[in-house]
Design a protein around this ligand. Structure first.
Ligand SMILES: Cc1ncc(COP(=O)(O)O)c(C=O)c1O
Length: 335
């Protein structure tokens, strides 16, 4: 005898699409009173998300949309690590330090063979630019104070081609600071500004006026391109006035969305007083970033995000790409 089986309303595995969970519209403003089975929650959300664009076809923001399956595995294995607990996750912190060292060396920072670089992983280049700007502002203010000069009207010089959101945000939120911003890879057309020419002209201007104006290079898009395709192009710390550089790990650093880097030429270029000392979980943790982050000078290490756990997996993913592709990445770019 054949027994027919009528699924009950709660038998989600057989009847998600006929279950009560899909019969009413999804809550938008208030949490529902009752829970729903995991399969139903998954299916409903999965289907709604199908209405998003296909990220693999999104070339518009030049962000990374694919990583190797091995790296995906590393990411998933570390997605639940709260990076702020450095004692629990010392290896992640170590990997971040290695990324900072490698990127600073890639940009020709004046470092000894085994000298630790100064830098930090950030949420994209936007946060990186804020931090670099803040360091310039504080250095400028300190110098003006020491000279007995007014320090309330600093200025920032940029081309018309700067990324309008992050540079204008910086100017509006953090007042204005004194530096010249050069763009290595314009958002509009990828064009590199002539940072060397800018440096040379500014050296003359500084000499003529007694100023001490430094340069920040916004290499959000070009920082992981120029060292490989145009190694002879002088745009980085080889130029004496370049004091800090930002680069987007999630663009041509080939990591999924949400990671950037800022590196300083030397530790003197990041004023000590910008670093906050926070006692978290009984441990003193010097921090510097707009998110909760930590900076350790000398054996310097900085890590990111109190509660954005994805930070640790992206650091891991960045380190994966650096050691996986090495300098041979230029072949990938050329293809
Ligand atoms: C020149 C430039 N600077 C800064 C940014 C902001 O970068 P992120 O998206 O990494 O915050 C972009 C992004 O396109 C950019 O092109």
């Amino acid at each position: 005898m054949v027994l027919s089986h009528a699924a009950s309303d709660t038998d989600v595995s057989h009847s998600t699409f006929a279950s009560p969970y899909v019969r009413t519209s999804l809550p938008r403003f208030k949490m529902p009173g009752n829970s729903i089975p995991n399969e139903a929650a998954y299916q409903i959300m999965h289907d709604e998300l199908m209405l998003d664009g296909n990220s693999r076809l999104n070339l518009a923001s030049f962000l990374t949309t694919w990583m190797e399956p091995e790296c995906d595995k590393l990411i998933m294995a570390s997605i639940n690590k709260n990076y702020v607990e450095k004692h629990a996750y010392p290896i992640t912190t170590e990997l971040q330090n290695r990324c900072v060292n490698m990127i600073a060396n890639l940009f020709n920072a004046p470092l000894g063979e085994t000298e630790t670089a100064v830098g930090v992983g950030t949420v994209g280049s936007s946060e990186a630019i804020m931090l670099a700007g803040l360091a310039f502002k504080r250095k400028w203010q300190n110098k003006r104070k020491a000279e007995g000069k007014p320090f309330n009207k600093p200025n920032i010089v940029t081309g018309a081609n700067v990324h309008e959101v992050c540079w204008e945000k910086f100017a509006r939120w953090l007042m204005r600071t004194l530096c010249v911003a050069a763009i290595l890879g314009s958002t509009l057309n990828g064009e590199f500004e002539d940072v060397k020419l800018l440096n040379d002209l500014l050296v003359l201007k500084n000499k003529e006026t007694g100023w001490d104006t430094p340069i920040h290079v916004d290499a959000a898009s070009g920082g992981f391109i120029a060292p490989f395709l145009y190694p002879e192009l002088e745009w980085d710390f080889r130029l004496p006035l370049v004091k800090s550089i930002n680069v987007s790990g999630h663009k041509y650093g080939l990591v999924y969305e949400g990671i950037g880097w800022v590196v300083w030429r030397t530790k003197e270029d990041l004023p000590e007083e910008l670093i906050f000392h926070v006692n978290y979980l009984g441990v003193d943790q010097p921090t510097f970033t707009l998110n909760f982050s930590k900076v350790f000078h000398q054996s310097l290490f900085i890590d990111i995000h109190l509660s954005i756990n994805v930070g640790s997996s992206q650091v891991i993913a960045q380190y994966y790409q650096l050691i996986r592709l090495g300098h041979e990445v230029s072949r990938v770019i050329e293809m």
